[in-house]
Design a protein around this ligand. Structure first.
Ligand code: 1CP
Length: 333
């Protein structure tokens, strides 16, 4: 059994498996080489051979315990026929939503459109590099996808003023997302994904009174669905203030924490296996300071089932040598 599953399923402590969010990506020169020649990001995600190759790139360099498939949470809106493009120096840009089109979706054409992702998972799973490792599939949580689908761009700056206005549309999108995220999860599992991570990157935008409607209720349905398929599920509700309540309500198999969350508090209040936490900016520090911070997380979670990861994606300016140093330190701890 992979280290990741030993922690999640058997609650093992002191083995410290490690994978890193965005481990396949822009900090790697071999990725940038491929990306330069493939300017259309969506097309790149739908190229099964390149997607599999990019997924495996970090495993060739570092002793990581998991492969996370090179894709994007916005492939679901794309599969739902919303226009999605990634503009240079801007980020994702989505097209208008057509409510009639949303009504006329069908399962087969969604799966057909996203099929190269599933083929890439199959390729990754069959590669020797993933022997004894976990192949991780993922989805965006309904709330985070709703944010992109209505906001049509990153809410980094802010949500559009009338974001909540069209309650009919919001309800419709959430019910469609529930159905199609499930299909996307099932397709990934059928093709070899052994763990599912649910990214709720914009959960932190909501205040406590809106969490039940937009985060808790839709996420519980997905978590129960993944569990019913006998696959472990990790949730990452980035930016929420109350991880304890989230865990009590959602009951994921493991919880991924962001870098603004106090790990000592998490260790005290949460019994579930924990993943992540360290600030991605730590990897930009000198090795001595980096080492201190890595040791801090490992010490805090020393008698707790813990998967090492960052508290958000690895930054593009990260030196791959620092990543190497990190992985070796965690392995030798
Ligand atoms: O070359 C480039 O410009 C593309 C950069 C890039 C990459 C490498 C994007 C654009 N997505 C990805 C891959 C990706 N995205 C993975 C691959 C697997 C891995 O982790 O190695 C994963 C899991 C994601 C998930 C994802 N996409 C999230 C959730 C995690 C998070 O970062 O909070 C989100 C929010 C997205 C949307 C997205 N994709 C890309 C961008 C620039 C954004 C927007 C982020 C924002 O709104 O600020």
């Amino acid at each position: 059994m992979s280290g990741i599953k030993e922690v999640i399923i058997n609650k093992k402590t002191n083995i410290n498996p490690i994978w890193i969010m965005r481990q396949a990506g822009r900090y790697l020169p071999e990725f940038r080489e491929i990306r330069k020649k493939n300017t259309d990001f969506i097309k790149l995600c739908l190229n099964k051979d390149l997607s599999a190759e990019i997924t495996l790139q970090p495993l060739k360099r570092f002793e990581l315990d998991a492969a996370i498939i090179f894709s994007d949470i916005l492939m679901v809106p794309y599969g739902l026929n919303q226009k999605v493009e990634f503009k240079k120096n801007f980020g994702p840009l989505l097209g208008n939503l057509n409510i009639n089109e949303l009504e006329n979706l069908d399962e087969q054409s969604f799966t057909k459109k996203l099929n190269p992702i599933y083929q890439a998972i199959d390729l990754v799973k069959k590669d020797k590099l993933t022997d004894n490792k976990s192949t991780i599939g993922f989805v965006g949580a309904p709330w985070t996808l709703l944010v992109y689908m209505i906001n049509k761009q990153s809410p980094k700056k802010k949500l559009i003023d009338n974001f909540y206005q069209d309650t009919f549309l919001i309800k419709k999108i959430l019910s469609i997302l529930e159905k199609y995220i499930k299909i996307h999860i099932k397709n990934q599992i059928d093709n070899g994904a052994e763990v599912i991570q649910i990214f709720d990157s914009w959960a932190g935008l909501l205040d406590a009174k809106n969490l039940p409607h937009f985060v808790y209720n839709p996420t519980i349905i997905l978590v129960e669905y993944v569990k019913s398929l006998n696959v472990p599920v990790i949730c990452f509700p980035r930016g929420i203030k109350d991880y304890k309540t989230y865990c009590e309500i959602i009951k994921p198999d493991a919880i991924c924490i962001d870098y603004e969350t106090n790990p000592v508090e998490i260790r005290k209040s949460i019994k579930l296996p924990v993943q992540g936490g360290m600030d991605p900016k730590t990897l930009l520090l000198e090795k001595d300071d980096l080492k201190k911070e890595i040791k801090k997380y490992l010490d805090i979670f020393k008698d707790h089932p813990y998967i090492f990861n960052l508290g958000h994606g690895v930054l593009p300016e990260t030196d791959p040598n620092k990543m190497d140093y990190l992985v070796k330190l965690v392995k030798d701890y």
